[in-house]
Every structure is written in structure tokens, then in C-alpha cells.
Design a protein around this ligand. Structure first.
Ligand code: CP
Length: 308
């Protein structure tokens, strides 16, 4: 099976078979990161433009490394260095990049739907690297790859996603991806951080963390997104930590071989107690490592489709 899409915009639109294909495509690229010379010629002659209109450490670096390891030519554009600062629209920026014969455009933007809007109007492949509160599809893929690698499967795993679900594009993409692959997903957080309609995505909503963690195989902690909250959704950070912070004591409620995950950046001492973040159960750096392989696999498949 080949990946028949021009773009990757959201996990919600993918079938389980497409998700499996994307995970399988990442596997052979994992080994390349361990080589002395971390380069293969798969995207030689192709051009990848990273357009990041919001801050990013992991995703931007990961896409850049992935494209370079595939031997693509890579340009990274930030808002301060682009003509967006002079009033150019996002669409005109995209068309300008297309006119330079770029092959893949990776975009992060604060507006939900930004990647989709561009993808519908340009011929090059567009990858959504996070759009507002909507989706972060490659984060979900790297999360699933990390879980599948450690647990050997996704089906029937019990996964708790904890925290500020309302503002989290990672949560939305993870819920879509995990439920499509047959995992049981519980989302946990205060009512003010739960968007309506989560049950329609197949997730069970819980508000008490201690109970929700009983027997789970995977805990995905979300970052408290203070920059996206228009009003305070919790009385104080101290209160949030007391009720929803992951401590070693709380981790003991989960399955003995539980995985603790976090998309980063981590607010140490808020979402995760420092000893939990540094424990053997935490696979946060594995997630980062798998992110490069996932993005290599994805760009490889998209480039193959362009040649079809
Ligand atoms: N996980 C993630 O998207 O991190 P960055 O914001 O650093 O890219």
C-alpha cells in the first residue's frame, strides 16, 4: 500500500491502515540516526521549506534534521525573518515558496486550519506541524511509534491523557490516532479544560486523576498551555499540581510497566514531578528520537507520491 495523499493535515482524516503505513515507514529510518554518517539519498534534489509561525524547538529541529538526513535541501523561515512581518498573507507566502519550486512545505501556525487552507491552494505537499488547537499529526505518529515499540502493540492498551485537553492539539491528534488503532483512551482533567464532544471521538472523560490512573498502560501528560488560555481555568498552579501533577505515588496506581510520556516542552514540577520526568518509566526522549524517524518516513512517502 502507498500513501495516496498529497498532504498530511490531520490524523482525524486518516484510516487505521494509513496510520499503520506511516508508522511502518518510520521503522527503517530509525537506524539511520545511530549511524556515524546519518544520511541517505532518498530526497536528493527535493526542497523542503519549514515555515514556523509559532515557537518550536522539537518539531522544527526534527523536521529540519529529518529532511537533511534524507539529503533534501532545507530552508527554515520564521515570522520575524519573513515578509509576513510586512503584511504578506500566509497564502501569498505559500505561493511564493511554491514558485521557487519547493516540494514540501512544513507549517506551524497559531490558527486552526492554516495548513489545510494552504494545501488546498498550492500544488506542493503541505505538512501540518501544529495548527492552533486543532491537530499536531506528526506528534501523534511519534507517540504511537514510541508506544508500539515499547509495548509491541496499540490495540487494547489503556491510555490516560492528562491535563489541558481543551487547548491541546496533541491531545486531539493522539485521541484520534489511539482510538482508530484500537486503544482505550481516558482523558483526565478539570471540567474547565475539557472541550465538549470528547466522547464522540471515542474518549472517556474523567476528572479524578488518582482513579483514572488505575491500571493504565500509558500516561500522556499534556503541557499546561497558559499562552492559549484567555482566562484562568484553574484557581492556581499550586492547586493544579496538587490535583493533576504526576507524582511517583500516582504512577504506582498504573500498570507496573507503565510508560510516562509528554510531548514537551515539560514544565518540570507542574505536569511532572522531576523524579517522574527522570524515571525509567519516562520515554520522553524516545519520543523525540522517534520524531525524526516518523518525519523522515512521512516525507519519503509524500515525495514518492509526487513522482507517481
Ligand atoms: N511537541 C512539540 O510540538 O514541541 P515544540 O513546540 O518544541 O515543537
Amino acid at each position: 500500500m502507498s500513501f495516496k495523499r498529497k498532504d498530511l493535515l490531520e490524523i482525524g482524516a486518516l484510516s487505521p491502515e494509513e496510520i499503520s503505513l506511516l508508522l511502518d515507514a518510520a521503522e527503517p529510518f530509525r537506524e539511520i540516526g545511530g549511524r556515524e554518517i546519518k544520511k541517505v539519498p532518498a530526497l536528493r534534489g527535493k526542497t523542503v521549506v519549514n515555515l514556523f509561525c509559532e515557537p518550536s524547538t522539537r518539531t522544527r529541529t526534527s523536521f529540519e534534521l529529518a529532511a537533511k538526513r534524507l539529503s533534501a535541501d532545507v530552508v527554515t523561515v520564521s515570522p520575524s525573518s519573513s515578509s509576513a512581518a510586512k503584511g504578506e498573507t500566509l497564502l501569498d507566502t505559500a505561493r511564493t515558496i511554491e514558485s521557487m519550486r519547493a516540494d514540501i512545505l512544513v507549517i506551524r501556525h497559531s490558527s486552526a486550519g492554516a495548513a489545510e487552507t494552504m494545501a488546498g491552494r498550492v500544488g506542493l505537499s503541505v505538512i501540518n506541524a501544529g495548527d492552533g488547537r486543532h491537530e499536531h499529526p506528526t506528534q501523534a505518529l511519534l507517540d504511537l511509534l514510541t508506544i508500539r515499540d515499547r509495548k509491541g502493540r496499540l490495540r487494547d492498551l489503556r491510555v490516560a491523557i492528562v491535563g489541558d485537553v481543551a487547548h491541546s492539539r496533541v491531545a486531539r491528534s493522539d485521541i484520534h490516532a489511539l482510538t482508530k488503532m484500537g486503544a482505550e483512551v481516558r482523558v483526565v482533567g478539570p471540567p474547565t479544560m475539557m472541550p465538549p464532544g470528547l466522547h464522540r471521538l471515542g474518549a472517556e472523560v474523567r476528572h479524578r486523576l488518582d482513579e483514572a490512573l488505575e491500571g493504565v498502560d500509558v500516561i500522556i501528560m499534556l503541557r499546561l498551555q497558559l499562552e492559549r488560555q484567555e482566562r484562568s481555568l484553574f484557581p492556581s498552579i499550586r492547586e493544579y499540581v496538587r490535583l493533576y501533577g504526576l507524582t511517583a505515588e500516582r504512577v504506582r496506581r498504573a500498570a507496573p510497566d507503565v510508560l510516562v510520556m509528554h510531548p514537551g516542552p515539560v514544565n518540570r514540577g507542574v505536569e511532572l514531578a522531576p523524579d517522574v520526568a527522570d524515571s525509567a518509566a519516562a520515554v520522553i526522549l524516545d519520543q523525540v528520537e522517534n520524531g525524526v524517524a516518523v518525519r523522515m518516513g512521512l516525507m519519503y512517502l509524500l515525495a514518492q507520491g509526487q513522482g507517481a
